[in-house]
Design a protein around this ligand. Structure first.
Ligand code: PLP
Length: 220
């Protein structure tokens, strides 16, 4: 079996310069993260607040911590001091809470809006209309400690690459169309799409951040 370092090197070699790797380390113990860090991974994706906080305390300070899982408003305060990018914002209410906690830490926290693109009903996310409401909201003017830096989406869990590709194309099109709303709080710079099974496809369709777990660390 290839090592973690070999997996990271292989994946990064397959990506163009504009697509960066977020190593998804959820459920993995700190020593595994350390191995990935020593192999050059500097962006780690976690989906649980407690787990991210605990690992951030054990690992080097130059790691960029990415929250990729559903985030409850009452837990924002625990990650606000250090989180680098929140991929999973799915309401204006959550954005307001992030703004409040970012302010307490004298920070601006970058956020992505999670868009629902899959055909399954189990995944979190905003519809295109709901996302448009947020990026055009006059209430953003009060949120000086957040920035909406792009969009995130998860494709359907299917082997049909045509379905996956068309979902990624749809998200990329939305990303491009939202550039018309760019202002002080909105910048369409990051497009987070692609996981272990579909990151190459996502990269072809314009992803800037791929979130890859099992292809690096093995199955969970
Ligand atoms: C777990 C997870 C990933 C990584 O999934 P793999 O298939 O292991 O690469 C990516 N994005 C999100 C939101 C996840 O929860």
């Amino acid at each position: 079996m290839p090592s973690i370092a070999e997996n990271i090197a292989r994946i990064e070699k397959g990506l163009k310069q504009e697509t960066r790797l977020v190593a998804v380390t959820k459920t993995k113990p700190a020593e595994v993260l350390r191995e990935a860090y020593e192999a050059g991974a500097k962006r780690f994706g976690e989906n649980k607040v407690q787990e991210m906080v605990a690992k951030s305390e054990e690992l080097p300070g130059d790691i960029a911590w990415h929250m990729i899982g559903h985030l409850q408003s009452n837990k924002v305060k625990y990650i606000a001091p250090f989180v680098s990018l929140i991929h999973s914002v799915d309401s204006l209410k959550l954005l307001k809470e992030i703004n409040k906690e970012a302010g307490k830490n004298n920070r601006t926290i970058e956020c992505l809006l999670q868009i629902f693109i899959a055909s399954e009903e189990t995944k979190f996310g905003l519809s295109e209309a709901e996302a448009k409401e947020i990026v055009t909201s006059s209430e953003l003017a009060d949120l000086s400690n957040i920035k909406i830096a792009g969009l995130m989406g998860m494709a359907s869990n299917t082997d049909d690459t045509n379905v996956i590709r068309s979902e990624f194309k749809g998200l990329k099109a939305l990303f491009e169309s939202f550039k018309q709303y760019e202002n002080e709080w909105v910048e369409m710079r990051e497009l987070s799409m692609g996981m272990s099974g579909d990151y190459l496809l996502a990269a072809e369709e314009g992803s800037t951040l791929v979130r890859v777990g099992s292809a690096i660390f093995g199955s969970r």
